[in-house]
Design a protein around this ligand. Sequence first.
Ligand code: FE
Ligand code: CA
Length: 521
Amino acid sequence: MTHRTLDPGRRAVLGALAAAGALGALPAFAAIQPPRFRADPFVLGVASGSPAPEGFVLWTRLVDSGIDPALGVAVRWEVFEDGSPRTIVASGETEAVAALGHAVHVEVAGLKPDRWYGYRFMAGSAVSPVGRTRTLPAPDAVVNRLRFAYACCQKWESGYYAAYRHMAAEQLDLVLFLGDYIYEGASRGGVRPHALPTAQTLQDYRARYALHRSDPDLQRMHAACPWLVTWDDHEVENNYADLRSSIGTRNFGARRAAGYQAFYEHMPLRAATMVAGLQGLGAGRELRIYGQLNFGKLARINVLDDRQYRDTPLCREKQDGPFAQLCSQAPGDGRSLLGVAQEKWLAQSMGEAARQRIGWNFIAQQTVFTPRNYDQGPGRRFSQDSWDGYPTARERLLADLAAQKPANPILLGGDIHQNWVANVHARPYDVRSPIVASEFCGTSITSPSGVAPERAAALAKRTPHCLLSNVQDRGYGVIEVQPGQATVNLRVVDDVTNRDSKAATLATFVVENGRPQIQRA
Ligand code: FE
Ligand code: CA
């Protein structure tokens, strides 16, 4: 039997897996099979993420018709000096775990802070593509620059991932992915229809992720730098809230568990993410993906999960029917979008950042924060899937911002497949109240907005705190953070139906240190 070593976090997960049998009936420490592949087992590429000052997570997943689905595969990994594959600084052997779809997550530690590294995997005589990743600066380091992209919503059939080819040339330290990595539905036409059924089971969700990871431009971006990831609704089901289906799916807990496990299997997440989930995702146990990181003293990025813990939306299409898209009911209640524990955690994180004098504070989450009123008259009609559906939760977040005083708060969001750039006011419906934060939402990598430009323009007119709204373009944002200012470039592709599409800058905005009011550059 092949000798193998496991890092402690992964050992804990596999041990708990074996004890709990939580991820299916397969034993976690099954015998390792000799690697006999019929083709390249690394066709899904490589990825890295969850960076820390001393290391990161390396990811791959083996796929090959020659692999026995019941047995693990021994995988070797190497980390080497950037651009110098012969200078190996860390290496080891781990297991592509059968119960996790032969996914590999390696938590590398003991590296130098603020450094770029190369990495690759080997199984038998197969060698993976080389990826590039980096460690974070030391927590007390004075850093002059952080450059990252934020992106979301990459419906496969709606277009090609030309956006990622352009993103890969942006020389980024990080990618922040804000949800809708996959869409659960069967494809109805589109630029590149696929034949997969609507995802319900773990096998279905795995196949959906494998489809996405087969895309060369997406693979290239994963191999280019570390990613920080959160999810939105379509990693499981449209508009779900916690353990409640928005469309009355029976046995929704099982569907959510399948979606959550497949997400874990395909993302460069730490084993600790999965610890609570090991006691039973199907019974509603948490997959704890929210968290924060510091880029030295320059910036803190809080990554939120506004899907897993949210209270039920107010409006349904009919009694006990599907959740409604728009809602007019006055939501004067205490419902939470983040859940009590995460709200408390975020407040603490913001207070800690203030005490540590972190220069910039990003709140990266799934959806649009700023209020938008769809009512043409004096009333209020709002999209209840976003913060507009949880106005008291939004007020609590604003109260926490005011109390904890993190420097230069900037909200990032996705979900609506549109660009919205907005000043965030202390009282959300009162544009004469002080501006306390800045917001940059969207757009999508490929997913269409489904909103006519005229309707969006009318909505924007009723939303005076917004500097820009754009429903027509697909793309991503790039943020360059310096001590004195943050510059935001909204990048858009010319033609999402063209794999070779060019890209352009739609608009550039600047937020100056100490002044949350957004300025056009
Ligand atoms: Fe989306
Ligand atoms: Ca969404």
